[in-house]
Every structure is written in structure tokens, then in C-alpha cells.
Design a binder for this molecule. Structure first.
Ligand SMILES: Nc1ncnc2c1ncn2[C@@H]1O[C@H](COP(=O)(O)OP(=O)(O)OP(=O)(O)O)[C@@H](O)[C@H]1O
Length: 722
């Protein structure tokens, strides 16, 4: 490609991205443009046309979807209906590219969905997954800042958010927190609209929604559907595909097309208004008073009618397949079309058996309605009308498809729709995510309960170890307070990470699956933003307890503070690693408890003399380095501890005998200085395994290692999930 052509393409892409974001009538992005071109129209901004043919999905060792086909076109709403377990969510996941399909094709504007194209398809999942502590406006703003292309100014992005808030009538709750089970926030309906709003930010050409009305009262459900119909489908000409359980008749007739599923198979696909005629034509008559959606649900849950519709046969794996009413109707259309067009051999139509041309298989009609019913079906069914396509024709409509370098099929116009891989730069993502994570995490880390815990334990510790004397009693008590401090400020960040990260990971997975940002940007932002937060509570503790206990002066205070923070950072990193690797929460807690208790045992307080073959293990305890550093900072060379009590009983008092009294062990040791033990004596006997700088480097090294492993684990899990 020449330089000039390249520039033109870059310009096109920039304009397209800006227009995508603006979502105004002037926006004609390449996908839509191609779709429009295909239909010979360029005037209207266009959604994307989605066709799926013979989609089969297997999971857990069984087939969940069986050759499901359909088509959704711009400006229309396609409803996917079916009883619980029919495969609606599985189909939507497959259409959104989040579940691999075993066979068949999903095409958007005649191209198979590549990673880049996934960004033009918005998928509003059933669960409303948000950060509970952010307000609705904050949620939309951060999403806009990251997901809208960098060609737009911040002001334009924020304006887009306000537009969405207005469109979805969310003004009244814009400053309300999203909330979750623990924190009250937006109502169910508001959350649904917020969920849709987040996806609308990027002005997608195709919107997939999984049961957006579930959990809503009938008025809210109707108003949500009206909004989707009028604002998105009619005004903005978007393509909407939505699964829905049991709509009222008013809601039902808002859809253009219906795909009815039963046990993973197609029971009907076509215009909603012709569905009832189709069912009548195969002998399934409906009382006019009946809500059509309710009636269809009855049909696909009733064994007899379902057999007619999907040709269910328990032994179908081994016996020649019975064909469903739908398949037979389809075959009839193919056959009659072949006859009309005079292609190939003329098909023979028999009472119980049909033999067709090259395209038509041998069919068995078992207990089936007569062929005349199928003629009737063809008269009412969209598959037989000229302007609509049957699922079988869907693949034929698609132009030549070739393979892209990323392994996805692409057509010759693909170069026009090459999107930049990420809408914003890595650094921009880090900046926005840092602010967002800070705002979200401050509620989790600095929650009232965590603040209360820190203050309460500071007070209790201060009372227990108030103004420790510089005697042998104070000396041994100092071991206790230092060990308690290091353990407390390791446990706390570790368990905060364990309890908060799993829910955060769900949101990140959702955002990452729509290609919003780099995982590394999120992870880097998380590390930076949480640093000041994890420093805050230990700082309160240190200020209170250190001086209340009368520990070793200013320089040791700052040193100890620093090492407590390092220890907290290291423990948080370990917590992240565990919760990123072990997705089951109770297993993660068990793992964490194992790590913590083992580290405590090996940390140098409970067991002074490990067996020689286990001595190396203390290097992997996350308590060892922090405790060792605190001992060295407390027992500096200039400290003097008067040991009169011990000296009166044991005239040859030395550091070993005093400390042995505390620890219940001790052997030999250097002679003391009469009744005085120095800090140097203590360190020589019981601390100072590693110099301070080694303690620091070890803690830093372990923190980086745990974080790196957590990152790799997250990346692996994300790739595995998608
Ligand atoms: N990973 C999986 N392993 C095994 N079975 C699965 C898996 N995913 C889905 N299924 C099964 O596939 C069927 C269809 O599930 P799906 O969630 O698509 O149904 P649905 O129509 O969306 O149901 P609902 O309306 O209750 O949400 C169900 O019987 C479900 O148990």
C-alpha cells in the first residue's frame, strides 16, 4: 500500500472513530457503510447485519445448540425466546464471540468476527457487573474516557456520557452509587439501563442483550423495550438482538423478528407477526385471546408440540433423523425454489419421502403434517418471501470470505475496517484506571470496619504494651509487640486483597472481554493507586502504638514504619497472587491461611532453632524479613536494658540467660555486662540474620514476584475464558 493510500486509510479510521463516538447521523463507519452499500443505501447511519448459520455449540461434553440459524438487520429487533435452558444465553455468547462454536458461522456484515470487530458489537450480559462504590456518572465517565478513541477530547467524551444519561433517562440517579448486595445503590431497572448505557457509549453498530428485562416489573420492562425500539432501532438504525423470557403481547409486538428455541434447536425463525400463522399451519392452533409469547412457551415446553416443532427424537443419534416442522418447511422452500428457478433435477415430492436435487437431502416424513401444510407455511413464513432470507440462504448471501492474518476470515474490503487495536494509549489507560481504582478501592481498603479494626487494635496494643520499661521484662515484651505488629500488618492487607479482588476481577473480565484496555494497564494502575491506601492504616497504628509503647526513638520509628509498609505491600501482593490464581473463594482462603500460619512459624518468633534441614524455609516466610528488620531497628547498639531481677538470681547474667528465660531455651552465649544487656547483645543472639538492605531487597523481590505471577495468572485465566 502506498504512503498516500495509508494516510487516507488512517484519516478514514480517525473520522470513523470520531463519528462512532459521536453516534450522530453523520457517522458512517466502515462496517455500516459496507452494509449500506450492500443494500444500495448510503443515506442512513447503519447498524451491522448479523447472520448466523448452522451454529452448533458443545460444552461440558454435550451439544447445547443444534444448527441454529438466523439473521438480524439494521433498524430491527430480533427476539430470541425459549424456556429456561433452551440455549438463549449460549447463543448470545456465541454471537458475541465469547463462546467458541463447534461448527457453523457467525458473520457481521459478511465478515467473520475478528478480535477487532468485537469492539463494534456490544454485549449487555444478564448480570449487571459494576464497581459498587462508583456512582452511575463516574462509571459512565471512566468507561467513556477509556473506551472512546483518543481523537475525541475529554470534553467531547464527557458530553457523550451526558447524552447517554439523557437518552436512557438516568438523570435522577446519575449521582447514586451503583451498589451491590452489601451496598444499596441503583434499582434493578436503573442498573439495567446503566448496563446498556455503558455499551452504548461506543455507539456500537450491533447490540446483543441477554434478558435485559429480567427482574424488572412489567412497566419498567416495557419502558426499557420502548427505549430500545424507539431510540436505538428506529432512530439510530442499530441492529438489536435480545433474549427475552416471556414478554407481554405489547412487548412481543415491538420486535420485528423472532427466533424461538427449544432444547437448543430452532422451533421458529421469522417475523413475529407470522409466527402464529406458522404454528397454525403445522396444526398448532392458538386461541386468539392468548398472549402469543405465553402460547409459544407452552408449545416448546409441551412434549407433543415440541416434537412437531423440533423433530425431537430421543434416539436421533443412532436412527435416521426426524425432521422438525421448521426443517421440513425449509426443505420445502429450497425444493420449491429449485423448481421455480429450474436448477438441477426437479425434486420429487412423495407422500412419505421427498427426493430433491443436489442441494436437497432425502427426507423422511414421519407422522408429519401433509405437504400441503408446508405450502401453507411457505405462504406465511418469511423464509419463502423474496425479500427475506432463509437461514439456509444466509451463508449463500455472504460474499467470498478469505483468511485474515490473525486467523479470522475477511473479505477484500477488510482493509477499510482495520481498527486500531486499542481505542486509547496504554499510558492514558493507566492514568484513568489509576484514578478509578483509587476511588473504588478507597471504600474497600479504607472501609469503616477496617478503620475501626486498625484503631481498636492500636488502642488495645497500646494498653497491653504501654511504656515498656528498659529492663529484662521490657526487653522480652518488645519481641512480642514487634512480632504482633508485623503479623497484623501482613494479615490485614493480605485478607483485604483476598476479599476484594474476586469481585473486582469479574468487572475487569467483563471490560476486558469487550476489549476496553490492556490487562497490564489495569494491573499497573491497581498497584500504583492502592499504594497510598495500604499505607494509611498501618501509619495510624504506628503513630499510636510506637509512642505509646515507648519504643526506640525517631530514627527507628521511621525505619520501622517503612518496613511495616513494605511488609504490607508484600502481603498484599501475595493476597493478589492467591486470589488471581485460585478462583474458588474458600480454597483461596485456605491457601492464604496456610501461607500465613507457615510464615508465622518460620518467622523467627515461635521457633528459634529450626532443624538444619528446614532452616532454608525461613527465607520464604513473608514474616522473616519484616520481623528481622524491626528487631534491628529496635535493638540498636546504644540500647541498654537493666536486668536487676535476673542479675540478683543469676550473678553471671547475660543476654542469653535473660532471653532464654523468655524463650525457654538458650545455650552458652557471651557474658553480659553485669546487670546490663545491650541492643547489640540481643541482635547477636536473636536477630540480625540479614542486614537491613537485604531485608528490604528480599521484600521488594517477593512483592514483584507475587505481582508478576498474579498478572500472568490473570492473563492465563482470561485467555482460557475467551
Ligand atoms: N459450560 C456448560 N457445561 C454444561 N452445560 C452447559 C454449559 N453451559 C450451558 N449449559 C447447559 O446448556 C443449556 C442452555 O443454557 P443457557 O444458559 O444457554 O440457557 P438459557 O436459555 O439462557 O436459560 P435461562 O433462560 O435460564 O438463562 C442448559 O441446559 C445449561 O445447563
Amino acid at each position: 500500500m502506498g504512503e498516500r493510500e495509508e494516510k487516507t486509510e488512517v484519516n478514514e479510521i480517525s473520522q470513523r472513530q470520531v463519528s462512532i463516538a459521536n453516534g450522530g447521523p453523520a457517522h458512517v463507519h466502515a462496517v455500516g457503510r459496507r452494509g449500506s452499500r450492500a443494500r444500495g443505501s448510503t443515506a442512513k447511519p447503519s447498524g451491522s447485519e448479523m447472520t448466523f448459520s448452522d451454529v452448533c455449540v458443545d460444552a461440558g461434553g454435550k451439544r447445547i445448540l443444534w444448527s441454529v440459524s438466523g439473521k438480524a438487520v439494521p433498524g430491527q429487533m430480533l427476539a430470541i425466546m425459549g424456556p429456561s435452558g433452551a440455549g438463549k444465553t449460549t447463543l448470545l455468547n456465541a454471537l458475541a464471540g465469547q463462546t467458541p462454536i463447534s461448527s457453523g458461522r457467525v458473520l457481521v456484515d459478511s465478515r467473520r468476527m475478528s478480535k477487532k470487530m468485537k469492539r463494534q458489537v456490544s454485549y449487555v450480559q444478564q448480570a449487571d457487573i459494576f464497581f459498587p462504590n462508583l456512582t452511575l456518572r463516574e462509571t459512565l465517565r471512566y468507561s467513556a474516557l477509556i473506551r472512546l478513541p483518543s481523537e475525541l477530547s475529554i470534553r467531547q467524551k464527557l458530553n457523550k456520557v451526558e447524552e447517554i444519561i439523557t437518552t436512557l433517562r438516568l438523570h435522577d440517579c446519575a449521582t447514586t452509587r451503583m451498589g451491590d448486595a452489601a451496598v444499596r445503590g441503583l434499582s434493578g431497572g436503573e442498573k439495567k439501563r446503566a448496563n446498556i448505557g455503558c455499551e452504548l457509549l461506543t455507539s456500537p453498530s450491533l447490540i446483543l442483550l441477554d434478558e435485559p428485562t429480567s427482574g424488572l416489573d412489567s412497566t419498567s420492562a416495557l419502558s426499557l423495550l420502548e427505549l430500545l425500539r424507539s431510540q436505538l432501532a428506529s432512530q439510530q438504525n442499530k441492529t438489536i438482538v435480545m433474549s427475552i423470557h416471556q414478554p407481554s403481547s405489547q412487548m412481543y409486538y415491538m420486535f420485528d423478528k423472532l427466533l424461538l428455541l427449544a432444547k437448543g434447536k430452532t422451533a421458529y425463525f421469522g417475523p413475529v407477526r407470522q409466527a402464529m400463522s406458522f404454528f397454525s399451519s403445522v396444526g398448532l392452533h392458538c386461541d386468539l385471546q392468548y398472549n402469543p409469547a405465553d402460547y409459544m412457551m407452552d408449545l416448546v415446553t409441551n412434549d407433543d408440540s415440541r416434537k412437531i416443532l423440533i423433530g425431537e427424537d430421543p434416539k436421533q443419534e443412532t436412527r435416521p433423523k426426524k425432521l422438525s416442522a421448521w426443517q421440513r418447511a425449509l426443505q420445502w422452500v429450497r425444493l420449491s425454489r429449485g423448481e421455480r428457478e429450474g436448477k438441477g433435477e426437479e425434486g420429487e415430492v412423495g407422500e412419505g419421502r421427498t427426493r430433491g436435487n443436489g442441494n436437497i437431502e432425502i427426507l423422511e416424513y414421519d407422522n408429519s403434517p401433509s405437504l400441503t401444510s408446508f405450502r401453507a407455511v411457505s405462504a406465511v413464513n418469511p423464509i419463502a418471501t423474496s425479500e427475506e432470507s432463509s437461514p439456509d440462504d444466509i451463508t449463500k448471501e455472504v460474499g467470498p470470505v478469505t483468511m485474515d492474518d490473525d486467523g479470522s476470515e475477511t473479505s477484500d474490503e477488510d482493509s477499510l475496517v482495520r481498527e486500531r487495536k486499542w481505542p486509547t494509549s496504554w499510558w492514558w489507560q493507566v492514568c484513568v484506571l489509576t484514578v478509578r481504582t483509587f476511588r473504588q478501592s478507597r471504600f474497600a481498603i479504607l472501609s469503616p470496619s477496617n478503620i475501626f479494626l486498625a484503631v481498636a487494635l492500636s488502642v488495645v496494643a497500646s494498653l497491653c504494651w504501654f511504656q515498656l520499661p528498659e529492663t529484662e521484662k521490657g526487653l522480652t515484651e518488645r519481641f512480642g509487640i514487634l512480632f504482633f505488629t508485623i503479623i497484623f500488618w501482613s494479615f490485614n492487607p493480605l485478607f483485604i486483597a483476598l476479599t476484594t479482588f474476586p469481585s473486582e476481577r469479574v468487572v475487569v473480565n467483563k471490560e476486558r472481554s469487550s476489549g476496553s484496555y490492556h490487562l497490564s494497564a489495569y494491573y499497573f494502575a491497581k498497584t500504583i493507586s492502592e499504594m497510598p491506601l495500604i499505607l494509611f492504616l498501618p501509619s495510624i497504628y504506628m503513630v499510636i502504638v510506637y509512642w505509646a509503647a515507648g519504643l526506640n526513638g525517631w530514627s527507628s520509628f521511621f525505619g520501622s514504619w517503612f518496613f511495616i509498609l513494605c511488609s504490607g505491600f508484600m502481603a498484599q501482593s501475595l493476597g493478589l497472587f492467591i486470589s488471581a490464581t485460585v478462583t474458588n473463594r474458600s480454597t483461596a482462603i485456605t491457601m492464604a491461611a496456610l501461607c500465613v500460619l507457615t510464615s508465622m512459624l518460620l518467622g523467627g518468633f515461635y521457633v528459634r532453632a529450626l532443624p538444619f534441614w528446614l532452616d532454608w524455609a525461613k527465607n520464604f516466610s513473608f514474616v522473616t524479613y519484616g520481623y528481622d528488620a524491626l528487631l534491628q531497628l529496635e535493638f540498636t547498639d546504644d540500647r541498654r536494658f537493666t536486668c536487676n531481677e535476673v542479675a540478683s538470681s543469676y550473678p553471671s547474667c547475660n543476654a542469653t540467660t535473660v532471653l532464654a528465660g523468655y524463650h525457654g531455651s538458650g545455650s552458652g552465649g557471651s557474658p553480659g555486662d553485669g546487670g546490663v544487656i545491650t541492643g547489640a547483645d540481643v541482635i547477636r543472639e536473636y536477630g540480625g540474620v540479614y542486614p537491613l538492605y537485604v531485608c528490604f531487597l528480599a521484600m521488594l523481590g517477593f512483592s514483584v514476584l507475587y505481582r508478576l505471577l498474579a498478572y500472568l495468572s490473570l492473563r492465563h485465566l482470561h485467555r482460557h475464558a475467551h
